[in-house]
Design a protein around this ligand. Structure first.
Ligand code: BJW
Length: 279
C-alpha cells in the first residue's frame, strides 16, 4: 500500500470516548452550560479583538440535509455496510469489487446531491471574512467545492482514484472497477482515493500547522468518533484558540469545546456565519 500524507504526523490525542457522560447529557443542558460559562466569540469579533484565522472541520452531518447519509446515525452507512469490508485496506484486498461497488454507489449519490445552505454559508464566510478561513472536511463528496469553497479533503475524495501499487492519483471515472489500469504504471490496481482505517489522512502537517495558530476552531456535523480529526479540538485548545461545536446533537468530544450550537447544520451554520460576518 502506498504511503499517504507526510508520514510525520504527531497524533497527540486523548483517550477515545472519554466524554461519555457529556454525550449522554441533553443538548439543551450542554448548550445552556456553555452559554453561561463562556464568552461568545462573535462578541469578541464585534468588540474588535483580533481574529485572523478560523479553522473549520466538517463531517457527514453537514451533507445530511443534501440527502447524503451519515455513517453512525440510525440507518447510517455503517448500519448497512460492515466497516471492515468497505473502509479498510484489508477489506479491499479481500473483495475489491465490493469496495468499488460501494464507492460507485456513493459517487452516484453525491453527483445527484446539491450543496445546502450550510455549504453555501461556509463558502460565503471564506469570501467575506477579512482573515483566513481554513476549511478541512472529512467528507469525500464535493459539495463544499460546488458551493464555491476551497477545501482540504483529509479523508480523500470520491472524485479521485489511487493506484494501490504505485501510489499514482488521478481523477476518477463515475464507475470504476478493480481491473481498471493505472495510467502511470498500467497495472490493474485501481482503488478509490479514500483514506481507510489504518491509513494516514491527507495534508496532516498543514492541518496541524493551522491548528497551531488559528484564533477559532469550529467542528460542524461530526461525531468525534474518528481520530485524528476527533483530536483537533484538543490541539486548538492547546494553542489557545476559541472553540465551537455545531452539531445536531453533542459529539463524543463536546466537553472540549468552549461553545456549542445544536440543530440542523442548514440552520445553525448560516446563523453562525451571519453573526461572524455582520457588525
Ligand atoms: C448533523 C446532521 C445535521 C446528522 N446537521 N449535524 C485509538 C486511539 C487513537 C486513534 C485510533 C485508535 N484506534 C484506532 C485509531 C485510528 C482510527 C480511528 O479513529 N478509529 C476509531 C474508530 C477508534 N483512525 C484511523 O485509522 C485514521 N488514520 C489514522 O489514524 O492514521 C494514523 C495511523 C496510520 C497508521 C497506523 C496508525 C496510525 C483514518 C480514518 C479514516 C476514516 N475513514 C472513514 C471512511 C472513508 C471515507 C468514506 O468512505 O466516506 O471516513 S470512516 C468515516 O468516519 C468517514 C468519516 O469521514 C469519518 C467521520 O465520520 P463523521 O463525519 O463524524 O460522521 P458520523 O456519521 O460519525 O457523524 C455524523 C454527525 O453529524 C453526528 O454527530 C450527527 O449528530 C451529526 N448530524 N445530521 C448537523 N442535519
Amino acid at each position: 500500500m502506498p504511503a499517504r500524507g507526510s508520514g510525520a504526523v504527531d497524533l497527540k490525542v486523548g483517550p477515545l470516548h472519554a466524554h461519555d457522560t457529556f454525550s449522554r447529557r441533553g443538548a439543551a443542558d450542554i448548550a445552556k452550560t456553555h452559554k453561561e460559562d463562556t464568552l461568545d466569540h462573535t462578541r469578541v469579533i464585534h468588540e474588535g479583538a483580533a481574529m485572523n484565522k478560523i479553522e473549520i472541520l466538517t463531517g457527514a452531518g453537514i451533507s445530511a440535509e443534501s440527502g447524503l447519509g451519515t455513517f453512525r446515525d440510525e440507518n447510517g452507512l455503517w448500519a448497512q455496510h460492515r466497516i471492515e469490508d468497505v473502509a479498510t485496506p484489508e477489506g479491499f484486498d479481500a473483495n475489491p469489487k465490493l469496495v468499488h461497488d460501494f464507492y460507485n454507489m456513493r459517487r452516484a449519490e453525491s453527483t445527484k446531491a446539491s450543496p445546502n445552505s450550510a455549504h453555501d454559508a461556509l463558502a460565503q464566510l471564506q469570501k467575506a471574512f477579512r482573515g483566513e478561513v481554513i476549511l478541512v472536511t472529512q467528507n469525500v463528496d464535493d459539495l463544499h467545492e460546488r458551493a464555491g469553497a476551497e477545501t482540504m479533503h483529509m479523508h480523500g475524495a470520491l472524485a479521485g482514484s489511487l493506484c494501490a501499487a504505485c501510489g499514482a492519483r488521478w481523477p476518477s471515472s463515475l464507475l470504476t472497477q478493480p481491473e481498471d489500469p493505472c495510467p502511470s504504471c498500467a497495472r490493474p490496481t485501481t482503488r478509490p482515493d479514500i483514506v481507510w482505517f489504518g491509513e494516514m489522512p491527507y495534508q496532516m502537517d498543514e492541518i496541524y500547522a493551522h491548528l497551531g495558530d488559528c484564533d477559532l476552531f469550529a467542528a460542524i456535523g461530526t461525531s468525534g468518533e474518528v481520530y485524528p480529526a476527533a483530536g483537533f479540538v484538543q490541539h486548538a485548545n492547546a494553542s489557545g484558540a476559541d472553540t465551537i461545536e455545531l452539531n445536531l446533537e453533542p459529539s463524543s468530544t463536546v466537553s472540549h469545546f468552549a461553545q456549542t450550537r445544536f440543530g440542523p447544520a442548514a440552520q445553525t451554520v448560516p446563523a453562525w456565519v451571519s453573526e461572524l460576518t455582520s457588525g
